[in-house]
Design a protein around this ligand. Sequence first.
Ligand code: PLP
Length: 281
Amino acid sequence: EFVLYHDQYVRKEDAAIDMEDRGYNFGDGIYEVVFVYSGKSFAMNEHFERFISSAAKLEMQLPFDAPRFVELTEGLIEKNSLRDGMVYVQMTRGASPRNHLYERDMKCLVTGFTREMKPPEQLHQDGIRVYLTDDIRWLRCDIKSLNLLGNTMAKRQAADHNCQEAILHRDGTCTEGSSSNLYIVKDSVLQTHPANNLILNGITRQAILKIAHEKGIEVKEEPFTVKDLAAADEVFISSTTMEVTPVIQAAGQLDAEYQIGSITRSLQNGLKKKIYGSEFI
Ligand code: PLP
């Protein structure tokens, strides 16, 4: 098994990280996760456009341009003969004597690995339970940064309550999931939080909104409340791994049950069509 280390493919056991890498000490870095279906990556360019935008927001120096990042990542998929699974690429600000203050001209370190996995088709079909809790994260959730404690703590809480995902609210306004975007449908209108500093603008989210427009589904990119969530006709989440996954029950700060609706199914099928091409039935 090979990993990406800067622009080289090395054996996993031969790759070493400096004890004072800022990613290790401060979580000073960014990442992307891209899914691979039958050896073909989905939305790779879009993922690296976002990666480059995250880097710019953190004043990180890019060692490669977007096409080179894509090339290196595709190369890793090929090197590991990955058929179905995910590829993870991250970039930290690199190593220097530990100091909160970062220099703008640091040599960033790019690393990546692949993992074999199948999309969770059963969950796509049957839906999941979600756990509603407070969004305790920082105010730059638009950056896909390595700092994920607010997300991981919420996910643990959800799992402890037999839920597959945590969904988050800030003072009663629903933002997103711990590793997904969140949507409601009310009276045939699809609603999701606007892409601002409070959420990550998912690549899957962007694809879903496009599909909704193509299908003539009315879309509101406006914040909605926990009350709106409680009264929704349909609820679903989206992410690279979860695609469109229906929500059938909410626990935690909300106790609700939902039917899997026609708009959720229609968007789910629309996304699968984009992923699998004309082969999808
Ligand atoms: N929101 C958060 C906090 C995430 O971590 C993720 C992905 O992991 C998403 C949304 C969905 O983003 P994408 O569709 O690009 O995977």
